[in-house]
Design a protein around this ligand. Structure first.
Ligand code: AMP
Length: 307
């Protein structure tokens, strides 16, 4: 069975959208990635850190889905990473209200021996120093995928660029791609980012879908227009988890198969936004996933006779 190594925050989130507000709930990049990748029946392990304040019942939600937590460090007396954000009315943009690194500030990751040979490494959003340390510890994976965000571009750009130079795929949103490259055109931005290292660039555009760039090729996956959008938190990570999980399952990292991975990622992310936090992902069933994949196909299929 393929192995997927997941790095990222396991967190408390407090979220405000036009539809409501939550207190501290389960969140974190690695949490969403793991919940999403769990749909592919692969062997996955999370490398992260939490404080003693993190409830055991949250960890059980991951264990119940066969996510290995041997490399999830618990810091005695420490507080878990906390993030709070507020979405604008368009639900595509948000302001970060608070980021408390807490136990993440001094975290030094240890990849378990059994996962050093993972085929796919998914470096989810967290400190680039932790992402770098994980790259140093693994043995020649088939593919390293990196996700990051503006917070780390603002605070750790030089280190982040060194991480970017060592990965095969980067997934970022459109605003971040523009910030990182200094280019408004996403085509030019993707080219500049590929020049920094990754062979593949995925640019996520929220409700406007996702673009995959490789050499001179380009692929676009729409986001499914949804009736219910309550909370986009975690959609990017859920996308990344679906993308990496599908590639781990199929063991094929060609451009052609990556197109399918983008569709699987988009499909999973479309569920994530339907309820607050991880709620929808926790109740998601395989049948629903398959039905919606058919909707994705129908949305983009058309026949034109080109002379
Ligand atoms: P997304 O909506 O996909 O960008 O991911 C939101 C998740 O990322 C939330 O659950 C947060 O806990 C987590 N998060 C927010 N800010 C950061 C950060 N600076 N580093 C790592 N994870 C973060």
């Amino acid at each position: 069975m393929s192995k997927l190594l997941i790095v990222g925050t396991v967190a408390f989130d407090a979220i405000e959208t036009p539809f409501g507000k939550t207190d501290k709930i389960l969140g974190g990049a690695a949490t969403y990635i793991a919940l999403s990748a769990a749909h592919f029946g692969i062997d996955s392990s999370v490398v992260s850190v939490i404080g003693e304040d993190f409830p055991e019942k949250y960890l059980d939600l991951l264990r119940d889905r066969n996510v290995n937590l041997d490399a999830l460090e618990v810091v005695k007396g420490g507080n878990t990473f906390f993030w709070s954000g507020k979405y604008h009315n368009d639900m595509n943009t948000r302001d970060t209200l608070d980021t408390q690194l807490n136990v993440l500030a001094d975290f030094s990751p240890n990849v378990p021996e059994a996962y050093k040979n993972s085929e796919i490494v998914m470096l989810g959003n967290l400190h680039p120093a932790v992402q770098m340390s994980v790259i140093d510890q693994v043995n020649n994976p088939q593919l390293i995928v990196l996700d990051t965000m503006n917070f780390w571009m603002d605070s750790e750009l030089e280190l982040l660029k060194k991480v970017i130079a060592r990965v095969d795929v980067i997934t970022i949103n459109d605003e971040e791609a523009r910030q990182l490259s200094g280019e408004y055109s996403l085509v030019k931005a993707a080219r500049k980012i590929r020049d920094m290292g990754p062979d593949y660039v995925v640019i996520k555009k929220g409700e406007h879908g996702a673009l995959l760039f490789h050499n001179e090729e380009m692929f676009f996956a729409p986001a499914l227009p949804l009736e219910e959008v309550f909370d986009p938190t975690g959609a990017g990570d859920t996308f990344a988890g679906g993308f990496a999980g599908y590639l781990a399952k199929t063991k094929d990292v060609s451009f052609g198969n990556m197109k399918n991975a983008v569709i699987y990622g988009s499909n999973l992310a479309s569920f994530c936004v339907e309820k607050f936090g991880t709620e929808r992902m926790l109740e998601l069933e395989q049948g629903e996933l398959e039905r919606r994949l058919k909707n994705f196909q129908a949305l983009t299929q058309f026949e034109i006779n080109l002379a």
